[in-house]
Design a protein around this ligand. Structure first.
Ligand SMILES: Cc1cc2nc3c(=O)[nH]c(=O)nc-3n(C[C@H](O)[C@H](O)[C@H](O)COP(=O)(O)OP(=O)(O)OC[C@H]3O[C@@H](n4cnc5c(N)ncnc54)[C@H](O)[C@@H]3O)c2cc1C
Length: 406
């Protein structure tokens, strides 16, 4: 092993992937993961399945190569010139390269009555879901609850609502947008999803904003309507964790600004995952976090010193009870511009008997987005076609139907 020391701040999904890929790619430095949480890295994507009891905490652990793990070690300050970091207990440690993988925090919406009267934290019965500790708190509360309100109908809100329904709660989603998961689904797919949720015991209020939690614990909507609840989950998006980078003088916009080499604005400092902002985008998804980790591991290990990260196409995949969906890339271009975008073609296939809906969005002969709902047989072909970004046959029916799938 070379004497090079790579400090990774954060021991989440991006950090674990980086550590694992760095060693697998032949990197010989010593990788140290500093994690504020009191446990080894795990897959947050599976937290809803931990909530339902499908998996236990050990089952969602992530491999980290032979990296040195420092759980319960929050880094509180950086000295970029001296290349040192300071831990919460006051110790200072040296590094040669620094990787920021600090993730993101849940956004707390501006709701009256959200916090305890002494402002020390969220009010009793109000939860966010980001960590295994949050998951344990939520599971405990759910045991004595009958009704839940989830504020936010994105991927996180929908998967949490499904998990709570599976635990036997009556669940209501309050969503400000025009339809569920509007970043990744179009109106038709979202309508099918809403229907599937209803059969599982989840009602959805669209175009509705929660404005307050009342003294008696109800969620009050902007129109004044009140929803009774024993448990409220906040699923209103995430904000990159950048305070440490900002205090150290790194360039921070919405996230820590990085270039195609994942380098931040100081030598030997990099950022990957939910905390990073690349070409103006902060993703908040596991796929881009892993792609960034892979590129950085290839560069720092020496396996491919010229590797570059040029961006990710969003991919979301979710199971809602019997309903499965996957959405990739730009799926809503046609709805964003109903007058028609020049060069844009949309192919749709609806199969009422199988309960499936498929949509391909093409720009010229290139695939730029797709939705599969109910039948995911061609998901691999679609992912590859998007990734290759090459000309497709005309028309690309093999991407819609299992017959003849290549
Ligand atoms: C319930 C849930 C479901 C999700 N489902 C999906 C999904 O279906 N598909 C998808 O693509 N994405 C999903 N995501 C998002 C995905 O989990 C994130 O994109 C991914 O975890 C990002 O990885 P990361 O390493 O950047 O951040 P994280 O995994 O959040 O890891 C960051 C870690 O850094 C630690 N940290 C922060 N600051 C410090 C510090 N100063 N010192 C030490 N440690 C620090 C944090 O405590 C945290 O453990 C989901 C997220 C949640 C919460």
């Amino acid at each position: 092993m070379s004497g090079r020391r790579i400090a990774v701040i954060g021991a989440g999904m991006a950090a674990a992937r980086f550590a694992e890929r760095y060693r697998a790619s032949g990197g010989t430095g010593r990788v140290v993961l500093y994690g504020a949480e009191p446990r080894a890295p795990y897959s947050r994507v599976l937290l809803a399945d931990v909530l339902t009891g499908r998996y236990d905490a050990e089952a969602i652990a992530l491999p980290t190569g032979d990296a040195e793990l420092r759980p319960g070690s929050e880094v509180v300050a950086l000295d970029l010139d001296a290349r040192t970091l300071t831990l919460a207990d006051g110790r200072t440690e040296h590094h040669d390269d620094l990787v920021l993988a600090t993730g993101a925090n849940p956004v707390l919406p501006p709701l009256r009555g959200l916090r305890r009267p002494d402002a020390t934290g969220l009010r009793d019965g109000v939860h966010a879901l980001r960590t295994l500790a949050d998951c344990a708190d939520l599971a405990e509360r759910a045991m004595s609850a009958e009704r839940a309100v989830v504020i936010g109908g994105g991927v996180l809100g929908v998967s949490t609502a499904r998990a709570l329904a599976a635990l036997g709660l009556r669940v209501e989603i309050v969503h400000q947008g025009p339809h569920l998961i509007e970043r990744q689904l179009d109106a038709d797919a979202a309508a099918a999803l809403r229907e599937a949720l209803r059969t599982l015991g989840v009602e959805t209020y669209l175009g509705n904003r929660a404005r307050a939690l009342t003294d008696s614990g109800e969620v009050e909507l902007a129109g004044g309507y009140r929803l009774g609840t024993d448990l409220t989950v906040l699923a209103c998006g995430v904000r990159p964790r950048t305070a440490l980078a900002h205090a150290a003088g790194l360039e921070v916009a919405a996230g820590i600004v990085v270039d195609d080499t994942l380098a931040a604005s100081a030598p030997h400092v990099y950022a990957i995952g939910d905390c990073a902002q690349h070409r103006g985008a902060v993703h908040g998804l596991a796929g881009p976090a892993w792609e960034q980790a892979d590129v950085l591991a290839a560069r720092l290990s020496g396996a491919d010193p010229d590797a570059r990260y040029t961006g990710s196409r969003p991919l979301a995949r979710l199971s809602v009870g019997p309903l499965e969906y996957a959405a990739f890339g730009e799926v809503d271009l046609d709805e964003a511009d109903p007058g028609g975008t020049p060069g844009l073609d949309v192919l749709r296939l609806t199969d009422a008997t199988r309960g499936s809906y498929k949509k391909l969005v093409l720009r010229g002969d290139r695939l730029v987005g797709a939705i599969l709902l109910g039948d995911l047989a061609t998901v691999g072909d679609l992912a590859r076609a998007l990734e290759r970004d090459a000309a497709l046959p005309d028309p690309p029916l093999h991407l819609l139907t299992t017959h003849g799938a290549r």
